[in-house]
Every structure is written in structure tokens, then in C-alpha cells.
Write a protein that binds this ligand. Structure first.
Ligand SMILES: [Zn+2]
Length: 242
């Protein structure tokens, strides 16, 4: 009997149906999480968030979902919502709810946990979605545009029109509209996209460039970058030229 050693394949290919996922652990502190993929959280139902949500599929909880909740909440992944069972262990007084529901993104193979928060009587009710950013776009696809979504979320539209959470590693953490690490990391990632004509969409190995592109950084740090907008490679190049 022989075994074949696969190269680490961390971007999902739907036609293959599998990918590798690397764990990071600090055993003495009970921490187990993703080693390569950064976590991403969505609280606002923007139109891009809704587009992403519309393709998610409900599924049974699996070990990847357990990485997206606190250890003590793992059992709640298996509890029904109050709307399905008023006596669910996650229901409160048969009307409120703090359940977790599990999904998967069929395009990127990533686990998604939806957290339901509903007060008794329903005065406050919302859903928060947690998942992992992909470790790059899918093989054969490249960058078509970057979407700044309400200054809160950043997406990439791929060359096939698919909406993807911006690929992000554990070291980075992109954001816009202030002077700091998040805008520097985003400026560094945009520089990589420009220099590779949108082909290299993997997160940078390091958190950000030591000497980031001045014009890209000025833009990612600016208020103008916080408006909802969709930017092609040509738009990003224009920003880089200043
Ligand atoms: Zn619920």
C-alpha cells in the first residue's frame, strides 16, 4: 500500500471537492483556530453581504464550525433555533434566542456560523455571520474588482463575476479611513494586485510592506476610501499614480 503526499492546497476547487485547512493551537490556553485563514465577521446586511448570504447552504455542524465559536458554545451549534423549537436549549423563555446555525459557502468551501440574537418579545433581533477569509481566489480565476462595502467590509469580484471575501491571512487585517496597520496592510495587498495584473491574490506572507506605496497608503487611509465603491485594476492604478 502506498500513500501520496499532497501539496498543501488551501484554496477550494468545487470540481475537486476538497482542500486542506491548517490549524493553529495554543494547547495550554485551550486555543484552537485557523492557522492560515483570517476570521471575518459580518453584522450589517449590506447588499454585498446579502449577495454572499444568498449562496450559502445550510449544513450539519462539523469541526471547522467549532473554530468559529467559543469552546463553551460548541454544544449550541447543535441546538435548533427558537423558531423551530420553542424549548430549544438556545431559546430564552420560549421566545428569545441565542442560537448558532451552521452553513457552508459552496464556492469557497468555507464554514459559516450564524449567531441569532433575539430578545424575549423580539424588540431586538439580529444575525451575525462569522467565517474565514479564503487563502486566495480559486485556481484559474483572477481579480476583476475590489469592493469597499460601507467602509466596513472588503470584497473582491473575481474574473468570473463571483463575489469573494478579500483573501486575508492571520497576519494582516485590512481596513480603510485612518492612519494605522489596517490601511497599510490593504495598501500592501493592492500593490501586489497591481504588480501581478491581478493574478496573485494570496495574502501577503508578512503583515504589510515596511515601505508601503505612498499614494496607495494615502488613499487607503483617507475618508474617500470609506465610501461604498467598486474599483477595477485600472482604478487602482490611477490611485497609485496619484
Ligand atoms: Zn435562533
Amino acid at each position: 500500500m502506498s500513500k501520496t503526499q499532497h501539496d498543501l492546497q488551501t484554496t477550494y476547487a468545487p470540481n475537486k471537492g476538497w482542500s486542506h485547512f491548517v490549524l493553529y493551537t495554543e494547547p495550554e490556553r485551550g486555543i484552537v483556530t485557523s492557522g492560515l485563514h483570517a476570521a471575518a465577521t459580518f453584522e450589517q446586511p449590506t447588499r454585498y453581504v446579502k449577495e454572499w448570504l444568498s449562496r450559502l447552504r445550510e449544513c450539519e455542524p462539523n469541526p471547522l464550525h467549532t473554530l468559529l465559536v467559543e469552546n463553551s458554545k460548541i454544544p449550541s451549534l447543535f441546538h435548533p433555533c427558537v423558531y423551530e423549537d420553542r424549548e430549544s436549549p438556545s431559546a430564552i423563555a420560549e421566545d428569545g434566542c441565542v442560537c448558532h446555525q451552521t452553513f457552508m459557502d459552496p464556492e469557497f468551501g468555507l464554514p459559516v456560523v450564524a449567531h441569532h440574537y433575539r430578545t424575549v418579545s423580539g424588540n431586538i433581533e439580529n444575525w451575525t455571520y462569522r467565517t474565514f477569509a479564503p487563502a486566495g481566489l480559486r485556481a484559474g480565476e483572477s481579480f476583476a474588482s475590489m469592493i469597499i462595502d460601507g467602509g466596513a467590509y472588503i470584497w473582491i469580484r473575481t474574473s468570473s463575476g463571483l463575489l469573494s471575501i478579500i483573501p486575508e491571512g492571520r497576519a494582516s487585517g485590512y481596513s480603510v479611513g485612518y492612519n494605522g496597520g489596517g490601511p497599510t496592510a490593504l495598501a500592501s495587498y493592492i500593490r501586489q494586485l497591481i504588480e501581478t495584473d491581478g493574478r496573485d491574490t494570496r495574502p501577503l506572507d508578512r503583515a504589510y510592506d515596511e515601505q508601503p506605496d505612498r499614494n496607495l497608503l494615502a488613499w487607503t487611509s483617507s475618508k474617500a476610501a470609506t465610501a461604498t465603491q467598486e474599483l477595477t485594476l485600472a482604478d487602482l492604478r490611477r490611485i497609485q499614480r496619484g
